[in-house]
Design a binder for this molecule. Structure first.
Ligand SMILES: [Zn+2]
Length: 66
């Protein structure tokens, strides 16, 4: 019985986590300068990498599209 409760609680937590992760895109972008005007953004959360402008981190998690 206690296992069933824990099992349900686990899945509810997983669903909440997925919904929150998909909705808000809680990626943490860290900038690595490569040269003049070019910056490589690395998502600390999921490890996605993308090149872009300095000071403008991506707003979406690119890991989902791979
Ligand atoms: Zn990410």
């Amino acid at each position: 019985m206690i296992f069933a409760v824990g099992f349900v609680a686990f899945f509810i937590g997983l669903m909440i986590y997925n919904a929150r992760h998909r909705g808000r895109r809680q990626c943490r972008w860290r900038a690595y300068r490569q040269g003049e005007g070019s910056t490589r953004w690395t998502c600390v959360h999921c490890g996605a990498r993308v090149e872009g402008e300095a000071g403008k981190p991506p707003t979406v998690c690119l890991r989902d599209h791979s």
